[in-house]
Design a protein around this ligand. Structure first.
Ligand code: ZN
Length: 236
């Protein structure tokens, strides 16, 4: 019984393929032959003809800033680039409309504590409560609970990952943009170190950082990079 059914299914498939292929050749008589032949050749070959772009992530900490973050969002939108923003709770509380705009424009929003607290030996519980407070705030603003955290100065305790169900995001390229207003210096540092699946650390509270970040997007897009949110790199 199964064999008969299998044979019927196979015959139907062969028939469908024949109808499809003859349709393509008929289309060819009307001038579409080359396209149809190329299509069939491509199907048989099974190789992708378009090279997929190299992914890279821009991440911004310490915002949102009432002026520079909006400038950055404008520039990213013009360029079709996505970024990840690790916001401070107190800044998000002051500028919720900017956080909402980040979400609407497809950027990732992560937690950077409420007051930029560095995790140390004696402040584990305070640090944890700042993360929770910021998560609650961001949930109120965006309707989504953040899953990603960038711990200030990179100080982290692995047990928070299960306690809070959060994923820490560090970086691979740090141009130290916060301590320099030299735009071309920042751009050069990043351009030199750029690699597929790189994570760039920057700060959206400085004019020079925003100008540099947009120049970085222009340069690296020309080199075939696609700017994606950091989750696309972590889970690829
Ligand atoms: Zn920071």
């Amino acid at each position: 019984m199964m064999k008969v059914r299998k044979r019927i299914v196979t015959s139907v498939m062969i028939l469908a393929a024949a109808v499809f292929v003859s349709g393509m050749f008929l289309a060819g008589r009307n001038g579409g032959f080359t396209d149809a032949a190329a299509y069939i050749a491509c199907m048989i070959d099974g190789e992708e003809t378009v090279e997929s772009p190299k992914k890279i992530a821009l991440t911004f900490d310490d915002g949102p800033h009432p002026y520079y973050t909006e400038q950055l969002l404008d520039g990213l939108k013009e360029r079709g680039a996505k970024a990840s923003f690790f916001v401070m709770g107190k800044q998000a509380e002051a500028y919720p409309e900017i956080v909402l705009r980040m979400q609407e424009e497809g950027h990732l929003i992560g937690n950077h504590t409420y007051s930029h607290l560095q995790l140390g030996k004696g402040n584990r519980e305070t640090f944890k409560s700042e993360l929770i407070r910021t998560n609650e705030l961001l949930l109120q603003i965006t309707g989504e609970e953040p899953q990603y955290v960038r711990p200030p100065y990179g100080s982290w305790d692995k047990s928070f990952e299960s306690e809070l169900t959060m994923i820490p995001v560090l970086w691979t390229i740090d141009p130290m943009d916060w301590c320099s207003s030299d735009v071309s210096g920042i751009v050069q540092k990043v351009a030199k170190k750029a690699k597929e699946n790189g994570v760039i650390l920057m700060h959206d509270e400085y004019k020079s950082s925003v100008t540099a970040a947009l120049e970085i997007v222009d340069i690296l897009q020309k080199e075939g990079y696609e700017f994606v949110t950091v989750d696309e790199i972590l889970f690829d």
